[in-house]
Design a protein around this ligand. Structure first.
Ligand SMILES: [Zn+2]
Length: 804
């Protein structure tokens, strides 16, 4: 074998791994096999690294080795080939122009991929941003026999000759993508949806290999930060100048400060007979000691055109990664080589390029897509792929499994519910359940994107059921359920008859069962009191709750505090003290001693900072009145539906994104709340902050991220309410439904609080010890000085937007 190390011994296995991963019905054996192969791949890459590290010491004898391309064919490509074969090519076997692309921003560990997707057949169509085009020729055979007996040696020679001719005629200087070509030989068994294929990436070889003068080092070891910044700027300028987002090859000159780049065709004027030159290659390889395949034919071009005057060639393998919004090219590698002479008289050099198969030997590959050629399955695999690309390219630590498997209960299928559901689908969430008792009316479809005019006819379809129908039309892979039911509310009596009582009991039981069967509960209703019962049930069951509510041009999106698990809570007197976050320098810690009866405040946890998830408040914690019948005496402009039309989309999307961030946090719902002050700090999750609340003000196009503590007199999540609910169940709940709001206020001590506040205001002094603790009192200096009502008013100004 030549000096070329065939790094793809295991590499191409990754291709089949990706293809099979996107089949949805993976068997355990498949997964096991894939895992084994990935491990084999990783250990092999390590092996390669070690082997080459070994020879580094003796760099005089080291020969340059390249990581070959691995073919990465997406299910969409095969689907499109099937369509072409059936409707267009039929029995015509003539070669077709296709195209693929490669990318130089993959995280370390991924093999050097050449990707072909459904768009491959549009050879002149656009290439994805920041990717380089590879031009290819497809030979699709009619029979397996023709596929097997095709003269591959001849085909490779023919292709290599074309590359060689374009080098000699210098057409490659104007069109450098002629250096990165490929051949794809296929046979499509459309009865069984089995596709046989063999890839070839033709590369011209130097008979004696290429001598390494200086082994590869990362760019940051060779260049100063200033030079790196200059290089990045110069590369972007060159891209802009050429009207593209990626350039396969470029020429380079640099000094201590400046970096100059130019296109390949300017070689003679740019280098002016220099004996040592630097060239850049867009490098899809992620190995630290090896360039990828695209460099090979460039070196042949350089040797053939300018080799006789060159002593040394410095190569920059340009790698351009953006992770979590941060772009970096410092991991690019640089090395120096001595190019051997190319004898022009002997004609086209020897060539290599056929890809090895899954077993690591020369031979075709086969992919069985009988399952995913079903368009429904294809949709599923495409959805998954989209999300995986996000992980591969931008957020490697993203835990998609967790997102996809999260079961979401959406209480309310109106403007918010529709928008939340659509965003959940975008994230690949598969399990969505709606609860709503309303019917679709004529005003709904324009604002509620799951409904259409037809749904309003004949009195209107049930929202919960119609929403499910639509979700399945949008994405058949979704597992959606709808429940047309009411949620009993405080201040809305249910004791008119035995029938109504029985119905309420049944509704409560059903809601309890639904909350229990889901991981996250979204509160998306249009009244305040309808959020009370699910808040209580979810708090008792320790479920993550995401709440969204709209005003006219303001909204709140928040997660409810997640109480510690019951066995932890009852176990110790102060379970929170061990896990609380460090005291913030800016907050006083002398505040919490005055009310022994209240919950122990976390030292340093102020209204705004360092509040752990289990101490965060719920939607009702900021209230000093219990929920009652808010629809009765409410003006129209306080109702949820009268809000700026964009508001529900913004709030719905934020509600889902908040859930995703919480899921990505290692502590989930117990995550410490991020606040607006944390915007400049190191984010706690791979996606950024995990706030308690997002309060938006559309009139100012502004969002703030307040956080507040749970209130020990909260009418929904306080211990006394949860204790009563857990002890008495429906007995307790029916009392709340059937009584006036004073029932909950009496129970939680709010009534007393009001009386005390009034007494304090009548002039009996500031009464420091009478001031309650809770979110309203958490700013101690203020609460001591002023009455609680003033504080309430302040807090309301701060936090309260008119909510539904
Ligand atoms: Zn609460």
């Amino acid at each position: 074998m030549s000096a070329v190390l065939e790094v793809d011994r295991n590499g191409p296995l990754f291709t089949s791994q990706r293809t099979s991963l996107r089949r949805t019905s993976l068997t355990n054996r498949d997964t096991h096999r894939i895992r084994k192969r990935s491990l084999a791949l990783i250990s092999f890459l390590e092996e390669v690294k070690m082997a080459t590290g070994h020879t580094e010491k003796d760099s005089t004898n080291q020969k340059l080795q390249f990581a070959p391309f691995c073919s990465a064919l997406e299910a969409g490509f095969w689907h499109q080939l099937t369509q072409k074969k059936l409707n267009d090519y039929r029995l015509d076997e003539s070669p077709r122009s296709i195209k693929g692309y490669f990318y130089n921003g993959d995280p370390a560990g991924l093999p050097t991929r050449l990707t072909l997707e459904f768009s491959a057949f549009d050879a002149t169509g656009p290439t994805p941003a920041r990717c380089c085009t590879a031009l290819g020729t497809l030979y699709n055979m009619n029979t397996f026999e023709a596929f097997k007996t095709f003269d591959k040696k001849l085909l490779l020679e023919k292709e290599a000759n074309e590359i060689w001719e374009s080098v000699q005629s210098e057409t490659v200087l104007e069109n450098p993508s002629l250096l990165t070509k490929f051949i794809l030989l296929t046979f499509a068994d459309l009865k069984k949806y089995r596709f046989y294929y063999w890839f070839c990436f033709p590369a011209l070889c130097f008979a004696e290999g290429i001598q390494v003068l200086q082994p590869p080092v990362p760019l940051e070891e060779k260049f100063s930060q200033k030079q790196i910044a200059a290089l990045q700027g110069a590369y972007d300028d060159l891209c802009n100048e050429r009207g593209t987002t990626a350039i396969p090859y470029f020429l380079m000159k640099y000094t201590g400060e400046a970096v100059l780049l130019s296109s390949l065709h300017n070689w003679n004027t740019f280098f002016k007979g220099q004996k040592k030159v630097t060239v850049g290659v867009y490098d899809p390889c992620t190995l630290s000691q090896h360039p990828g395949w695209p460099l090979r034919n460039l070196l042949v071009l350089i040797a053939s055109k300018w080799g006789s005057v060159l002593d040394a060639v410095e190569v920059l393998c340009f790698r351009d990664q953006t992770l979590q919004g941060k772009r970096s090219i410092q991991h690019s590698i640089v090395f120096q080589i001595k190019l051997p002479e190319l004898s022009l008289s002997t004609g086209c050099p020897k060539s290599v390029g056929w890809e090895k198969n899954q077993k690591g030997v020369m031979g075709p590959r086969m992919v069985n897509l009988s399952e995913c050629m079903d368009p429904k399955r294809l949709a599923e695999s495409s959805v998954d792929l989209n999300l995986k690309l996000m992980r591969w390219r931008l957020v490697p630590s993203l835990d998609l499994e967790k997102v996809v498997s999260t079961k979401c209960l959406l209480l309310g299928a109106g403007t918010l519910g529709c928008n939340v559901a659509r965003t959940l689908m975008g994230w690949g969430v598969r399990h969505i359940t709606f609860v709503d008792n309303a019917k679709i009316s004529y005003s709904n479809p324009v604002r509620q994107p799951l409904y259409e005019f037809e749904d309003c006819l004949g009195g209107g379809k049930s929202k919960a059921l119609a929403a499910v129908e639509r979700l399945k039309k949008i994405f058949p892979g979704v597992s959606a359920e709808g429940h047309n039911m009411s949620i009993p509310m405080p201040g809305h009596p249910v004791d008119f008859s035995e029938v109504t009582m029985a119905q309420a009991r049944q509704d409560v039981e059903q809601l309890e069962a639904l909350v229990s069967a889901h991981d996250v509960v979204f509160l998306l209703m249009d009244t305040r009191e309808s959020r009370w019962l699910p808040t209580v049930i979810a708090a008792s069951q320790r479920k993550v709750v995401i709440n969204a509510a709209l005003g006219f041009d303001t909204f709140v999106v928040m997660r409810h505090g997640l109480k510690k698990p019951k066995h932890v809570e009852s176990g110790g007197s102060s379970p929170s003290s061990a896990s609380c976050t460090p005291v913030s320098a800016s907050t006083s810690s002398s505040s919490s001693s005055s009310t022994p009866g209240g919950p122990a405040l976390v030292p340093g946890a102020s209204l705004f900072s360092n509040i752990p998830g289990h101490r965060l408040g719920c939607y009702f914690c900021n209230d000093v009145v219990a929920p009652g019948d808010s629809t009765r005496d409410r003006t129209l402009d306080q109702q949820c539906t009268v809000s700026r039309p964009g508001l529900a989309m913004i709030a719905g999307a934020l509600a889902v994104e908040l859930m995703i961030s919480i899921l990505q946090h290692p502590e989930g719902g117990y995550a410490v709340a991020s606040s607006s002050d944390d915007r400049m700090n190191e984010p706690p999750t791979s996606l950024g902050l995990a706030p308690h609340q997002i309060r938006g003000f559309l009139s100012r196009f502004d969002n703030v991220l307040p956080a507040s503590l749970a209130f020990d007199k909260c009418t929904a999540c306080s211990t006394i309410v949860l204790d009563n609910y857990e002890r008495e169940g429906f007995q307790f709940l029916s009392k709340v439904f059937n009584s006036s709001h004073s029932f909950l206020e009496d129970l939680t001590g709010l009534t007393l609080l009001h009386q005390e506040t009034q007494a304090a205001e009548r002039g009996s002094g500031p009464g420091r010890e009478q001031v309650p603790h809770g979110p309203l009192a958490a700013a101690p200096e203020e609460s001591g000085r002023r009455g609680v009502r003033h504080l309430c008013a302040d807090v309301k100004k701060l936090f309260f937007v008119p909510l539904g």
